[in-house]
Design a protein around this ligand. Structure first.
Ligand SMILES: C[S@@+](CC[C@H](N)C(=O)[O-])C[C@H]1O[C@@H](n2cnc3c(N)ncnc32)[C@H](O)[C@@H]1O
Length: 238
């Protein structure tokens, strides 16, 4: 097996194990560490997705859906048929308990999605792209499963634009969060991985560029909570 393929496989294995380990505490920690702001961010994603859908028979795919919070919000706000997919079974098990049949859940790898080309009207990925071994391959795969004219929505941590907010956020994210996350989840490494992966992830303009390079047009983003997170959207050309 070529070296880069082996490295990608190892990366995926580590990520899957990490989420399996923290799955039971994931929701609690998300809401606690973000002061529930994460719920508002997911609602904004769902509202923007609704604006792109033309009929109630539309199909939306939520990639790296984890415990299903965005999938469920998408279902509630858009009334579309929502499919959630993730490669970590313990995260999906929690999603199944919460969504109780309202969202179809399918185990699958974001880099090799188990769907035919051109299946969905919208594809979302929230706090998932950063975890993939290749952002470019993840974007290409999202584009593949979209219908021509379909939209992708990427919610990720990003770079706060404000010069006062930035150092405060960095202090919280790099020092306090790993400590609190470690204490509650029992896995300090998962919560040191979080700020490290965010630091490595492209900022707002770089991600826009990567999306354009992946073939999306009408790419744009909106900063959420001063750029702590950002929602990027782009369209697969007709
Ligand atoms: C930070 S969680 C985000 C979960 C959810 N989208 C949310 O908003 O809370 C990241 C999720 O990405 C999943 N993930 C990471 N790499 C993946 C891959 N290659 N294929 C599918 N899922 C992946 C993990 O299993 C985990 O559930």
């Amino acid at each position: 097996m070529p070296e880069n393929e082996r490295a990608a496989k190892e990366h995926a294995g580590r990520v899957r194990e990490m989420f399996a380990l923290i799955a039971k505490r994931y929701d609690l920690l998300n809401h606690l560490l973000s002061g529930n702001v994460d719920k508002r961010w997911r609602r904004i994603v769902a509202i923007r997705v609704r604006e792109k859908l033309s009929s109630s028979s539309s199909r939306v795919l939520d990639v790296a859906c984890g415990t299903g919070d965005l999938s469920l919000t998408l279902f509630e706000i858009t009334a579309a048929g929502v499919v959630g997919t993730d490669f970590c079974r313990p995260m999906l098990d929690i999603a199944a308990g919460k969504t109780s049949g309202r969202v179809r859940l399918i185990e699958g790898d974001a880099l090799d999605l188990p769907f035919r080309d051109g299946t969905f009207d919208v594809a979302t990925i929230a706090f998932g792209l950063r975890n993939l071994s290749s952002v470019q391959s993840g974007l290409a795969e999202l584009s593949r499963v979209l219908k021509p004219g379909g939209w992708v929505a990427v919610l990720e941590f990003s770079r706060p634009a404000n010069a006062i907010l930035r150092p405060l956020f960095n202090l919280y994210f790099r020092k306090l969060l790993p400590w609190m996350g470690g204490l509650i989840s029992g896995s300090r490494s998962a919560y040191t991985y979080l700020p490290a992966s965010v630091q490595k992830f492209p900022d707002q303009s770089q991600l826009s560029l990567l999306m354009e390079q992946a073939g999306f047009d009408q790419v744009g983003y909106e900063n959420l909570t001063g750029g702590i997170a950002a929602l990027h959207m782009g369209r697969r050309p007709e």
